[in-house]
Design a protein around this ligand. Structure first.
Ligand SMILES: Nc1ncnc2c1ncn2[C@@H]1O[C@H](COP(=O)(O)OP(=O)(O)OP(=O)(O)O)[C@@H](O)[C@H]1O
Length: 331
């Protein structure tokens, strides 16, 4: 029998009772006459309350289809799911009240002003008129559009439209926010502004954010955890560090090493003898070491023993972009 400490027991209980904002169980959607296009294929996801969750994958991976099922715009072929504890098959009205959505592309009434557009959506949610006007002004201020409040949406730039879309998604004060490619088509400055807004919303209002994006840089910057999907199937899920561990287990570790006080060819021989080291390459003044597992401490010890002084020993950490490509290629 496994013996666990009181602390472990407590943390296991905490883990079990931690509420989920989104959960899917074998969620599937197929299209076509004979249902041969498996857009989403037995997807199992758990998104914790209060996290920023990135949902990434190549074109046609099934991201939008998943989001549409979660917000009640598409009926699953099989499987089930919950959003803000409500069932995606039977409690769609509750889900609509608890969620905000920024779709891609987003459609607005271009001939109405920002204020008039938001008023329209606020009325759909039965927000009373006093509260409505206050909320509209606050939201447009939050997304940096106060000065454009009485301008028609038709004249907005792409960046302004995205920020307006975020304000619209927030009109009902949602606890879960779905953002489909929130920065696509906008310039780097506008994209950074949008990311900061998303981070602030998540921090200040504890909104759970479920976002899809093709920008790995963006996802790495703002997401707590990431799910990678391709051809409708979940390939990996976890923090960037968790994904690194997955790739590290398959591909090993790469170190950059610089040593003084011994000649490079001697250092190469010493490092090659360390357990787990596969390959050592000299790129003067650096040695590139490929190991089967993490063994930096052993490498350092072996060099120190023979009088080498290490000025650099650094694991080459893969960016999310590289991890994504490796995980997709492997699949
Ligand atoms: N209404 C539909 N009818 C038939 N096939 C569809 C329909 N909607 C989506 N698909 C197919 O389902 C698959 C998943 O599409 P989906 O739009 O969910 O992918 P995605 O990951 O959002 O892609 P992208 O990154 O390009 O937006 C694709 O093969 C797509 O062609």
């Amino acid at each position: 029998m496994e013996i666990i400490s009181r602390e472990q027991e407590q943390s296991q209980i905490m883990e079990r009772t931690k509420e989920l904002a989104i959960e899917t169980i074998n969620l599937s959607k197929s299209f076509g006459k004979e249902k041969k296009i498996h857009a989403v294929d037995n997807l199992n996801l758990k998104v914790k309350k209060g996290e920023v969750f990135g949902f990434v994958g190549p074109n046609g991976a099934g991201k939008t289809t998943t989001m549409k099922m979660l917000i009640g715009l598409l009926e699953p072929t099989s499987g089930s799911g919950k959003v803000a504890k409500y069932d995606i098959l039977h409690e769609i009205i509750n889900i609509r009240e608890e969620t905000g959505v920024l779709p891609e592309p987003a459609g607005f009434y271009d001939y109405l002003t920002a204020r008039q557009n938001l008023r329209f959506y606020a009325k759909l949610y039965d927000i009373d008129s006093n509260e409505r006007e206050k909320r509209i002004e606050n939201l447009l201020e939050t997304v940096g559009l106060s000065r454009a409040i009485d301008q028609k949406i038709g004249g907005f730039s792409t960046g302004m439209r995205k920020r307006f879309g975020l304000a619209q998604a927030l009109i009902n004060e949602p606890t879960v926010l779905f953002l489909d490619e929130p920065t696509s088509g906008i310039d780097p400055l506008g994209a950074q502004m949008m990311r900061n807004l998303i981070k602030n919303l998540n921090k200040s209002k504890s909104v759970t954010v479920f976002l899809s994006s093709h920008s790995m840089e963006e996802v790495e910057e703002i997401c707590d955890r990431i799910a990678i999907i391709a051809k409708g199937k979940l390939l990996a899920v976890g923090s960037v560090e968790d994904l690194r561990s997955v790739v590290r287990e398959k591909e090993g570790v790469h170190y950059l090493l610089e040593v003084q006080d011994i000649i490079p060819s001697e250092a190469v021989e010493i490092v090659k003898d360390v357990d787990g080291v596969e390959e050592v390459e000299i790129q003067y003044p650096t040695l590139k070491v490929h190991s089967n597992f993490k063994n930096g401490a052993e490498i350092a010890k072996a060099l120190a023993k023979t009088g080498g002084t290490i000025s650099l020993l650094e694991e080459q950490e893969l960016t999310l972009q590289k991890l994504f490509l490796k995980i997709i290629e492997e699949a």
